[in-house]
Design a protein around this ligand. Structure first.
Ligand code: MCA
Ligand code: AMP
Length: 497
């Protein structure tokens, strides 16, 4: 059996620069060599990890790529976890996935060591792995499971989305074809590497194509704009919140600086927005400022990317275009009818080689999420003049903030542990910068009071920063229906007054 295609492709681009940082350029060959060493260290005496789950906790950079390849080349399933998550969140991902090892860089290894000790999980600090003679690595079939990504939804705890090597390859090939990736591309990477926007759309598509990635620890407008001004990039991919932040920076810049930034953006062959709705006003403002027409696309952890405005052709503000190569999309009305015409709303359902098959250890949730072989996204859309337009989500319990998908139920469960909170409802309210702002409506226990700053302080260490409520409203009672159930639309209506 030949090597995994993504490794074989990396060999073809051996002398290209895969990763460029201010201090070092790493070629594909160097990353392949390093991944072989790390794979050997992971394997130890074993000849194949046989789908053991290996959590990955490495900052964006060449070592992340080498470690990711190492897990795959050793036959493991990669479970990337959030660098800034809290310890309870890490513990959940490790125990739910049944991880047998954590692969971490030195700073993260120091942070997660106590948890690994508590759970009896092996911790491998990649910074302490020195070059060693290459071991014989196992042959890996594309049908093997490759990755588990945790995604929030309508359950309190995140579910693990399992994809095979074949699923990942299909997701990559679709985008490489549609957006015409090539070895000449250079792209900044500032998105987190525990979600597919950063993992597939940026990193994996670049590595498949022999292109160059410039990794950053996180998004910082000033740092990125400096590189844009230097004409460093041909491609740019970001969530709407980042475009909003860039617009603020461009507007605040001196005329000379702004002209230099705009010239840098003008040199790029493509700029993409996704992960959350890009307001038409932001799309238009970006074009007015830079002359670039953003390409908006739509995707989901379970399916990869599904819909995209065209690379060649009209990029319409407020719309997400048409199905990507290799992806089948249909709209299903509430009545059960498959919609074939325009202007009729329905749920987006997706089929294709890129679509995951199952949630980790959740047969019921997995079965419920498919309808006759089609994945039910829970997003509503309509076709208008040939393009899909997203109308919203079926569930009020899903929040999208800064591009992160959050479960209102998970946040509610955390808030209910607060000693002064008797009841609560969490929802996302429209926000110009974040898309939606996490908002908590709470009923406090008798005699107690609660301020936003105090609540936010209490949440630190329990919830990741982007899950912590940005707004708080204390009410005497939550609105309920005749059955005594809290109704989120009525809670939302409190804010319309
Ligand atoms: C952070 N802050 C927030 C939020 N996040 N405030 C309100 N809402 C939020 N969501 C606050 C912090 O509390 C902090 O406040 C201050 O902002 C700075 O925090 P920091 O973390 O440094 O924020 P940032 O660096 O400005 O982060 C913004 C960001 C980041 C760059 C947009 O959220 C990000 O990288 N988002 C991308 C997520 C992503 O990749 N999603 C794709 C999922 P204070 O200063 O008071 O402490 S994949 C997906 O969705 C599908 C598949 C798809 O289609 O792509
Ligand atoms: P995630 O589970 O983090 O992969 O988030 C997927 C969800 O992000 C989708 O189900 C949509 O609700 C939302 N999403 C992604 N892209 C877009 C977009 N261009 N417009 C509106 N919503 C989007």
């Amino acid at each position: 059996m030949p090597e995994l295609p993504l490794i074989a492709r990396a060999r073809k681009h051996a002398s290209n620069v895969a990763s460029l940082t201010p201090t070092a350029a790493h070629t594909y060959q160097q990353l392949l060599d390093r991944s072989a060493v790390l794979a050997g260290a992971l394997l130890g005496e074993a000849s194949d990890l046989n789908e053991a789950r290996v959590a990955l906790l490495v900052a964006p950079g060449p070592e992340y790529v080498a470690a990711q390849w190492a897990i795959w080349r050793a036959g493991g399933i990669k479970v990337p976890i959030c660098l800034s998550a809290t310890e309870p969140e890490w513990e959940y991902s490790l125990t739910d996935s049944g991880a047998s090892a954590v692969l971490a860089d030195a700073p993260m290894a120091a942070k997660i060591a106590p948890l690994c000790a508590k759970l009896g999980v092996r911790l491998l600090n990649i910074d302490s792995v020195s070059p060693a003679p290459a071991k014989l690595l196992p042959e890996i079939s594309r049908a093997r499971r490759a990755m588990i990504l945790y995604t929030s939804g309508t359950t309190s705890k995140p579910k693990g989305v399992v994809t095979t090597h074949a699923n990942i390859q299909a997701q990559i090939e679709s985008l490489v074809t549609a957006w015409e990736w090539s070895a000449a591309d250079r792209i900044p990477l500032f998105l987190p590497l525990h979600h597919i926007h950063g993992i597939i759309n940026v990193t994996s598509c670049a590595l498949w194509s022999g292109a160059t990635i410039e990794p950053f620890a996180k998004f910082d407008a000033a740092t990125i704009l400096d590189r844009v001004r230097a004409g460093a990039y041909t491609l740019f991919m970001a969530v709407p919140t980042i475009y909003v932040k860039l617009i603020q920076s461009l507007e605040a810049a001196s005329p000379a600086d702004r002209a230099a930034f705009v010239a840098g953006f003008g040199k790029m062959r493509l700029m993409v927005s996704g992960s959350a709705a890009l307001p038409a006003s932001v799309h238009e403002q970006w074009t007015a400022l830079t002359g670039q027409k953003l390409l908006e696309r739509y995707g989901m952890t379970e399916i990869g990317m599904a819909l995209s405005n065209p690379f060649h052709g009209e990029r319409r503000p407020g719309a997400v275009g048409v199905p990507l190569p290799g992806v089948d999309v249909r709209l299903k009305a509430e009545s059960g009818k498959i919609i074939t015409g325009e202007d009729e709303p329905g749920e987006i359902q997706v089929r294709g080689l890129g679509v995951f098959r199952t949630y980790w250890n959740r047969p019921e949730a997995s079965a419920e999420s498919f309808d006759d072989g089609w994945f039910r996204t829970g997003d509503m859309a309509v076709i208008e003049r040939g393009y899909y337009r997203i109308m919203g989500r079926l569930s009020v319990d899903i929040i999208k903030s800064g591009g992160y998908k959050l479960s209102a139920l998970e946040i509610e469960a955390a808030l209910l542990e607060h000693p002064d909170i008797r009841e609560c409802a969490v929802l996302g309210l429209p926000d110009d910068t974040w898309g939606e702002a996490v908002t908590a409506v709470v009923v406090v226990k008798s005699g107690a009071s609660l301020e936003l700053a105090a609540l936010r302080g209490w949440c630190k260490g329990r919830l990741s920063v982007y899950k912590i409520p940005q707004r708080l409203r204390v009410v005497a009672e939550l609105p309920r229906n005749a059955m005594g159930k809290v109704t989120k639309p009525a809670v939302r209506a409190l804010f319309a007054q």
